[in-house]
Design a protein around this ligand. Structure first.
Ligand code: GUN
Ligand code: FE
Length: 442
C-alpha cells in the first residue's frame, strides 16, 4: 500500500455556503493533515491526529503555509479548441464557422488529436483542474485520443464524441446512424475504463437533424446512467435559427425535452436567455445549466443570471466552466472572477466562499460525482490542488493586508492564475511538478 501524508491548510465544503458568515458550510483546518492511501483520502483533520493515525514510514510533504483544496473541476470545455482560443470574431455563429469548425476538421488526423491531448492534460494540471467535461470532435479517433491520455494520467474525465450531421463543413459531419454507432463504440470501449466517463454529446440543435436527436434519445434510453451534454440558449441569433429549424417545439429547451435529453445527468452549456417556462423545465428535470462566463463575455453572448436562477422557488442546478476555446482562460480562478463581474453588472453579489464551493464541490454535485471528487472527505479520490495566494509580487503585497480566509480566497480568484497553483495531485500522485517541459517533448 502506498501512503502519503500532506500537511497544509485544508479547505473543503460540506454544502453550498449561504453567506460569508456561514462557517458551518466548510471544513477549514489551519494546521491540517491529509493521509492518502492507494489514491484515496484515508483521513483528513488536524495534522497531529492524522499523523498519529499514519504508519511510521509514511512519506510526508509539508505544503505549509499553502492551502490544500480538492482539485478544481471544469464542467464544459472543448478538447479540439486549444488552437481556437483567442480567435477574433463578432459573435458565436461567426466564430464557429470561421475558426472553430475548420480547426475541428484537423482532428480527423489521429496524430494531431494525440498531440493536442498531451497539451490538454498538461494545461489542466498546470491550472489545478483535475476533472473536466469535454466535447471531443465528431471523429471517434478524437475521443479515443482523449480517453487514452486520461487513462495514462489516471484522471477522472467526462467526454464524448460530438454528434453533428448538418450546418457544418463536410469533414465535420456524421449521420444519425454513424453518430449512434460511433458513440456506442466509444461507450463500449471507454466508459468505466480507468476513471473515464463517456457523455452522449449532440453538439446543439442547429447541427443535429431531428433524426440525429432521435438517435441521441435512443442512446440515452440504452445508457440511462450516462451524462448528456449539449448547448442551450447561448446567443439571440442562435436561438432564432434553432427555433426555425424545430418549428413544432415550444422553445429551445423544448427541443431537448421532446427528445428525452433532459435529466439529472444533463449538462446544458450557457443557458443564458431562458424564459421562466424553460427555467421551470430545467428545475423540474434536474438538468444543469453550465455557466461559462469568460466565453459569454468574449463572444458577447449575454449575462447569465446565476444568482437569480439559483434562488428561484424552483432553483436551477448550476455548474461553472471555462468553455475553451470560446472561453478565454483555462483558469477556474479567472472563470469565477468573470462570473463575479457578470453578477456585479446584474446588481448581484457572488461571494468568494460560493465561488470556491462552485469550482470544487458545487461542480462535483452538478456532475453527480460528489461521492468521488470535489471534497476532502474520507474515501473519496485524492485529486487535490495546493494554492499559494502570495504567488506573484502583486499578490504577495496585497496578502500583507489580508486577515480572513474569504479575503484570501477573493484575492486568489481576482489575481490568481496557474502561478498560484503550487501542486496538483491526481489520485494521490503529484501531477503539476512532474510535467515534462514542452521544450523537451517535441
Ligand atoms: N455551440 C455549439 N458549438 C459550440 C462551441 O463549440 N462553443 C460554444 N461556445 N458554443 C457552441
Ligand atoms: Fe461550448
Amino acid at each position: 500500500m502506498t501512503s502519503l501524508l500532506l500537511r497544509g491548510r485544508l479547505l473543503s465544503f460540506h454544502r453550498a455556503p449561504e453567506s460569508l458568515a456561514d462557517t458551518a458550510s466548510y471544513l477549514y483546518e489551519e494546521d491540517g493533515g491529509l493521509l492518502i492511501e492507494d489514491g484515496r483520502i484515508a483521513k483528513a483533520g488536524p495534522y497531529a491526529a492524522v499523523k498519529a493515525a499514519a504508519a511510521a514510514e509514511v512519506t510526508e510533504v509539508d505544503h505549509r503555509p499553502h492551502l490544500i483544496l480538492p482539485g478544481l473541476i471544469d464542467t464544459h470545455v472543448h478538447f479540439p479548441q486549444m488552437q481556437v482560443i483567442a480567435s477574433y470574431a463578432a459573435n458565436l455563429l461567426e466564430w464557429l464557422n470561421t475558426y472553430t469548425f475548420p480547426e475541428e476538421c484537423r482532428f480527423v488526423e489521429t496524430a494531431h488529436a494525440e498531440r493536442i491531448a498531451t497539451h490538454f492534460y498538461d494545461e489542466f494540471l498546470r491550472q489545478g483542474t483535475t476533472t473536466a467535461v469535454a466535447y471531443c470532435s465528431v471523429h471517434k479517433s478524437s475521443a479515443d485520443a482523449f480517453f487514452a491520455e486520461a487513462m495514462r494520467r489516471n484522471m477522472l474525465m467526462v467526454g464524448g464524441k460530438v454528434m453533428m450531421d448538418r450546418h457544418a463543413p463536410q469533414g465535420l459531419l456524421d449521420t444519425p446512424q454513424l453518430g449512434y454507432d460511433e458513440t456506442r463504440a466509444v461507450i463500449e470501449q471507454w466508459h468505466g475504463k480507468g476513471r473515464n466517463h463517456v457523455a452522449i454529446t449532440p453538439r446543439f440543435a442547429i447541427t443535429s437533424t431531428p433524426e440525429q436527436m432521435r438517435a441521441a434519445q435512443a442512446l440515452a434510453e440504452e445508457y440511462p446512467d450516462l451524462h448528456i451534454q449539449t448547448h442551450l440558449s447561448e446567443n439571440q441569433e442562435e436561438i432564432r435559427f434553432t427555433c426555425e429549424l424545430y418549428p413544432d417545439a415550444t422553445d429551445y429547451t423544448d427541443i431537448y425535452a421532446r427528445h428525452g435529453l433532459l435529466g439529472k445527468k444533463t449538462l446544458l452549456g450557457h443557458a443564458i436567455h431562458l424564459s421562466e417556462r424553460e427555467a421551470d423545465v430545467l428545475a423540474e428535470t434536474g438538468s444543469v445549466a453550465v455557466h461559462c462566463p469568460t466565453s459569454n463575455l468574449f463572444l458577447g453572448s449575454g449575462l447569465f443570471p446565476l444568482k437569480a436562477l439559483a434562488r428561484r422557488e424552483k432553483p436551477v442546478r448550476i455548474g461553472v466552466a471555462t468553455d475553451i476555446g470560446g472561453g478565454s482562460s483555462y483558469s477556474m480562478f479567472k472563470t469565477l472572477d468573470e462570473a463575479y463581474k457578470i453578477q456585479q453588472l446584474l446588481g448581484e453579489r457572488l461571494d468568494p466562499l460560493e465561488s470556491f464551493y462552485r469550482m470544487t464541490r458545487g461542480n462535483a454535485e452538478a456532475l453527480s460525482l460528489v461521492d468521488r471528487i470535489g471534497t476532502l472527505e474520507e474515501g473519496t479520490d485524492a485529486d487535490l490542488v495546493v494554492l499559494n495566494a502570495a504567488a506573484t509580487p502583486a499578490m504577495r503585497l496585497r496578502m500583507e493586508t489580508v486577515s480572513t480566509l474569504p479575503e484570501e480566497l477573493f484575492l486568489l480568484q481576482t489575481l490568481g492564475d496557474d502561478r498560484a497553483v503550487v501542486e496538483t495531485y491526481v489520485a494521490g500522485q503529484a501531477g503539476k511538478s512532474t510535467l515534462v517541459a514542452p521544450s523537451q517533448r517535441e
